[in-house]
Ligand binder design. Structure first.
Ligand code: PLP
Length: 402
């Protein structure tokens, strides 16, 4: 069978048997090396998506491979959360050591981490006998996941409407509006969930005043402040946690995406005050924090938290922003972001440019309708950014002339 036939066979199978909840492009990814992916026909793609801000250490990382091999050599992949396992406990300790948190609960995805955070916020109020303190305040353009609870705090009509009724008690306020937050947060608020830098919603950084105001409002109304750092956390913006750059500390932080460099994991990090509200039986997961994922996540956290690693992200992140800002195109309205989380807001829809990127050997992804997003592996180098800018310049000039 030729490679072209093989590609078509995979696409035919996908289109026949897979629920069509994604519109995938007409190539089949088969292998990766560093920051480059290759399809079954050998075409190379410079990867500025990284599995949507997941593959922080890129492809073929020797430490990740060694951690997987070591974990497999014990012959045990899973025992459930009924039992102690070393990687689970060690990863929790590592995350607490490197953050504000006192305790961690593991899960399997970002949406699940936010489900856990919502439950924790409500349980904190419940333990205090405040059974009507159940509201979760969320913000415009926020994205917290696709499960019914996380979706209820993801205020996008296209995502929510067909699946109503969602979790009751979600209250919407305007992102970066202190006035709107003041109106939304009150005695009935159990928790406030916000991304310090919104990802899916268009790469929108919160203002420092806004996050400070949320902290004050949560303290005033005895509500739990939840930072969703699933996309912006773990080194993506040049500090280990995005909120470090704001000097505002949450009560809960949710993590997922890059935590195990592509293996499914999520985590709810919290203070002792929050954790003490959670009792055996309140929450659980069969798979969460298993031996393999936790072993790999330990490597990821150790590597990303190295000062040299974070300095690299800051340096190449600044270079990415600088090179994007230099592009002279009538289609660009604004370039924004932090570290290696960048977006260009366009005057036109972003998806056609993403598709043209496939032809140019470049992977990018939209964030909302009009923002082209760049969330490459954190190991990317300036030469890769130069190569990307060259391709992007062609794509933008072709689109402007179309
Ligand atoms: N929160 C944020 C900020 C995200 O960007 C995402 C995914 O894009 C999620 C939550 C949901 O994560 P998952 O797709 O792992 O459920």
């Amino acid at each position: 069978m030729t490679t072209v036939d093989l590609t078509q066979q995979v696409i035919d199978l996908e289109q026949t048997y897979v629920v069509q909840s994604y519109a995938r492009p007409p190539f089949v990814l088969a292998r990766g090396e560093g920051v480059t992916l290759y399809d079954t026909e050998g075409n190379a793609y410079l990867d500025f998506v990284a599995g949507i801000a997941v593959n922080a250490l890129g492809y073929g990382d020797a430490d990740i491979t060694a951690a997987i091999q070591q974990a497999l050599s014990n012959g045990v992949l899973h025992v459930s959360n009924l039992y102690h396992t070393a990687p689970h406990a060690e990863l929790a300790a590592l995350l607490c050591e490197k953050s504000f948190a006192d305790r961690v609960l593991f899960c399997n995805s970002g949406a699940e981490a936010n489900e856990g955070a919502i439950k924790f916020a409500r349980k904190v109020a419940y333990e205090k006998g405040k059974t009507d303190k159940t509201e979760i305040v969320t913000f415009t353009n926020g994205f917290h996941g696709r499960t019914i609870g996380a979706l209820a705090v993801t205020p996008k009509e296209k995502y929510q409407k067909p699946f109503a009724p969602l979790m009751p008690g979600a209250v919407l306020a305007e992102f970066n509006s202190i006035e709107s937050a003041q109106a939304a947060i009150g005695p009935k608020t159990a928790g406030v969930i916000v991304e310090p830098i919104q990802g899916e919603g268009g790469i929108n950084p919160a203002t420092p005043e806004f996050l400070r105001a949320l902290r004050e409002l949560c303290d005033k109304h005895d509500a739990v402040l939840i930072f969703d750092e699933i996309q912006c956390g773990l080194g993506r913006t040049g500090t280990l946690w995005a909120h470090e750059q704001y000097g505002v500390t949450p009560d809960i932080m949710t993590l997922a995406k890059p935590l195990a460099n592509g293996l499914p994991i999520g985590a709810v990090l919290c203070t002792e005050a929050v954790a003490s509200a959670i009792k055996p039986g309140d929450h659980g997961s069969t798979f969460a924090g298993g031996l393999l994922v936790a072993s790999v996540a330990k490597v990821v956290v150790e590597r990303i938290s190295q000062p040299e690693f974070l300095a690299h992200v800051t340096e190449v992140g600044a270079y990415l922003m600088e090179r994007l800002a230099e592009i002279n195109s009538p289609l660009i309205k604004e370039v924004r972001g932090r570290g290696l989380m960048a977006g260009i807001e366009l005057t036109i829809p972003a998806v056609p440019l993403v598709k043209e990127g496939f032809r140019q050997g470049l992977l990018t992804v939209n964030a909302g309708d009009n923002v082209l997003r760049f969330v490459p592996p954190l190991i990317i180098e300036k030469k890769h950014i130069d190569a990307m800018i060259e391709k992007l310049t062609v794509i933008l000039s072709e689109a402007a002339n179309a």
